[in-house]
Design a binder for this molecule. Structure first.
Ligand code: C5P
Length: 235
């Protein structure tokens, strides 16, 4: 079953509330990310809860182990369902975050879906996105994270190359056919995500910037049901 998380990448509480009102009853999982959280902090999280939604706090933690562990602890106090961290932060950082108890689910970013091979060459001339995603996914899983954030294009190769790991996938970079891809590069359609049985997809602008966000959400859910009738967990 594939669950849809709508990224509330807006700049005001007013716009956030408009979206929550429009999507109520259709979408129950939301992402509060850097923009909204930097602008409005806890208020933005509380508003989603007020509308009965669940929050994925996507602040992509990357720091020394103790700092990240403290941030995970504070996220728990916010009542969010999940938080993200960059797996590039290394084994000790991931383990310190995973050891926090109780804590929200931890979802680890492998390589941002806006990056391509040419972008990661700065770290290593021979670096390739697929192998870097695989290594980071494995590192995260071994040290206790609950889900891997990667491109939809990497899900099947990861399942194949790491068959012994029970990986859960959270996939941004989702674009219905014909919709502008914006700054995203490694993209996938909602239908293909459903067909692959990806656990959760994160989708922002195709819904939040649409002239009618509710219709856009319904169209996406319809595409997913058509692609895989049993695959949808929309709410
Ligand atoms: O608007 P769009 O659908 O591109 O939004 C995707 C969301 O997923 C954004 O909020 C972005 O921060 C997030 N994300 C991503 N790539 C990752 C991790 C998170 O695009 N690797």
């Amino acid at each position: 079953m594939t669950q849809v998380i709508v990224a509330l990448d807006v700049d005001t509480i007013l716009k956030e509330e408009e979206l929550l009102k429009r999507l109520k009853g259709t979408i129950t999982h939301y992402k509060v990310g850097l923009r909204l959280f930097t602008a409005h902090g806890k208020r933005a999280v509380d508003l989603v809860h007020h509308y009965g939604g669940k929050v994925f706090l996507d602040l992509k933690f990357l720091d020394i182990p103790q700092t990240v562990a403290h941030a995970v602890h504070e996220s728990q106090r916010l009542g969010v369902e999940a938080v993200s961290l960059h797996l590039w932060g290394g084994a000790d950082m991931i383990a310190a975050a995973a050891e926090v108890a109780p804590r929200p689910k931890l979802w680890g970013v492998t390589v941002l879906t806006s990056l391509q091979n040419k972008d990661i060459k700065v770290f290593n001339r021979g670096a390739q996105v697929p192998s870097m995603v695989k290594n980071l996914a494995k590192l995260g899983w071994v040290h206790g994270i609950d889900g891997i954030i990667c491109s939809g294009q990497e899900v099947a190769p990861l399942r194949k190359s790491l068959p012994h790991l029970d990986l859960r996938f959270i996939v941004p970079g989702i674009r219905p056919a014909g919709v502008v891809r914006n700054d995203q590069r490694r993209i996938m359609t909602p239908g293909d995500a459903a067909r692959l049985g990806i656990d959760r997809i994160v989708i922002g602008r195709p819904i939040t910037m649409a002239p009618d966000p509710l219709k856009a959400a319904h169209d996406i859910l319809r595409e997913m049901v058509d692609a895989s009738p049993s695959a949808l967990e929309a709410t």
